[in-house]
Design a protein around this ligand. Structure first.
Ligand code: SF4
Length: 466
């Protein structure tokens, strides 16, 4: 690891960056224009974010608070839990002394913020023995924590056992390397049988015992109830945004997806996240009433990303789609399957219900939510089995009136690369022109963003979509 990268701990850099960005959001237009001139390196990202107005400012403030809490965790006597984006963080906030750090969110921030991306941190993982063929989304910040260029981790709790070997192995490697306790929830290959549901519920209780034992904090039932009640409000707001997204043209700006899922992965159940969703809904309602597309220009095409998004420097992919008048209809990262989602009719019997009547029902609720997090739900079994990747993708593409599908992922994702050609063939058979992006969503060294953009351009033109 280059010594200069250890000079400033990664979480400190994030906290400081978001604190400053929040301040920029409160500046006058004249002050903002002057600021953008003096920070050319980040203006490519800061300018479009500030242009989004209130929801983006709230988002920047929310992440400023998230990283500020993290860097002050130890002096407040709290413990830091390393976790994954496929894991709903609500359970950590139900304790009075746990602070989660979600590696993949850090990797995305690093990739979109810095030209050097997360490459040094990815490479450090392999220098100390982790497989270089693993998913880049964890390695992108895991390297910083392994190298001591981040807060000290107290324990690791994740949930990709049985679903994604590279994700599970990354966290188990980190726990062993750092000498910290580890708990991994396991998932059978199916989602809906009673035996599977019971297994999820019992496994989740064992997770809570692990957090109690190694965290030493108090699991607070009232706090859990209020988090779940807030989550219910967040689901309702998200559902309304999703419902409006079905309109043609789609009134939801594509970049909202990134803000919404990053918020859910880090700050689920927090009032600030609720505020951001309300602010988004206000904008979306105004667009919908006036028949305006969220793109800021007329909509020519609607694309569903049936895996994840591309996190190239300055959110290149979101920007490319908007400039080419293609509505982003969300990706696997955007969907969480609450029982009142607009797409529930297409996936009957597979959504979760929030039940706050008692401690047991709340724990079962959390287990059910976790079992439906992105990837945890959709790529746990054979791609064409019931309720899995093919069925989910077809249902979502249909309900959001998508006109084409795009696969974008990471080469380390054996779960999806092993059958991506098969699912593409099936999506094409169902009438969706489908494009395979060969890039790594988090590692620009695999394929440059310029090459990815050129291929996207070819796809949309050759298939007559633009
Ligand atoms: S992108 Fe693929 S490899 Fe990475 S965590 Fe998700 S399922 Fe695993």
């Amino acid at each position: 690891m280059r010594p200069e990268l250890k000079e400033y701990p990664l979480d400190q850099l994030f906290a400081r960056t978001f604190q400053l960005a929040r301040k920029a959001g409160r500046a006058t237009p004249k002050e903002q224009a002057l600021l953008l001139k003096s920070v050319p390196y980040v203006s490519g990202l800061l300018e479009p974010m500030l242009a989004l107005g209130a929801p983006a400012i709230t988002f920047l403030g929310m992440l400023a608070d998230y990283y500020t809490d993290l860097i002050h965790a130890k002096e407040q006597g709290k413990k830091v839990v390393m976790t994954t984006f496929c894991f709903d963080p609500t359970i950590f906030y139900a304790f009075d002394n746990l602070v989660p750090v979600t590696l993949e969110v850090g990797t995305v921030i690093t990739s979109i913020l810095w030209k050097r991306g997360a490459y040094d941190f990815m490479d450090f993982c392999t220098e100390v023995g982790f497989s270089e063929t693993g998913c880049s989304s964890q390695r992108g910040t895991m390297g910083a924590y392994l190298a001591g260029a981040g807060v000290n981790i107290d324990m690791v709790a994740v949930n990709m056992g049985g679903i994604c070997d590279t994700n599970s192995n990354a966290y188990s490697f980190a726990a062993q390397y750092l000498g910290k306790p580890f708990y991994g929830l396991d998932y059978p290959a199916e989602l809906t049988p009673d035996a599977v549901r019971d297994y999820h519920h019992q496994d989740y209780r064992a997770l809570i015992r692990f957090l109690e034992t190694h965290g030493g904090g108090r699991f607070d039932i009232d706090r859990l109830r209020s988090l779940l009640e807030e989550k219910q409000i967040q689901d309702e707001l998200t559902n309304e945004i999703e419902e409006l997204q079905r309109l043609v043209p789609n009134p939801v700006p594509g970049i909202y997806h990134l803000l919404m899922y990053a918020g859910r992965y880090t700050c689920s159940g927090s009032p600030t996240f609720t505020r951001m969703l309300r602010e988004m809904l206000e904008v979306v309602r105004v667009n919908a009433l006036s028949g305006a597309a969220g793109l800021g220009r007329p909509e020519k095409c609607r694309a569903f990303l049936f895996y994840i998004d591309n996190f190239s420097f300055n959110v290149g992919m979101f920007d490319w789609l908007a400039r080419n008048q293609v509505s982003h209809m969300g990706s696997m990262l955007s969907r969480f399957f609450p029982d009142n989602a607009p797409y529930r009719r297409e996936v009957p019997g597979t959504c979760y219900t929030i039940d706050t009547r008692g401690l047991d029902s709340m724990i079962d609720t959390l287990a059910d939510i976790n079992a439906r997090m992105p990837m945890t739900r959709t790529v746990r079994g054979p791609y064409d089995a019931p309720n899995m990747w093919l069925e989910d993708s077809l249902s979502l593409a249909k309900i959001f009136n998508a006109e084409c599908c795009i696969y974008n992922g990471t080469p380390g994702c054996r779960n999806t690369w092993s059958n991506v050609k098969l699912i593409m063939r099936d999506l094409e058979k169902h009438g969706y022109p489908t494009h395979l992006v060969y890039a790594d969503a988090f590692d620009g060294r695999v394929e440059s963003w310029e090459t990815t953009a050129m291929r996207l351009d070819e796809f949309f033109k050759i298939r007559g979509l633009l």
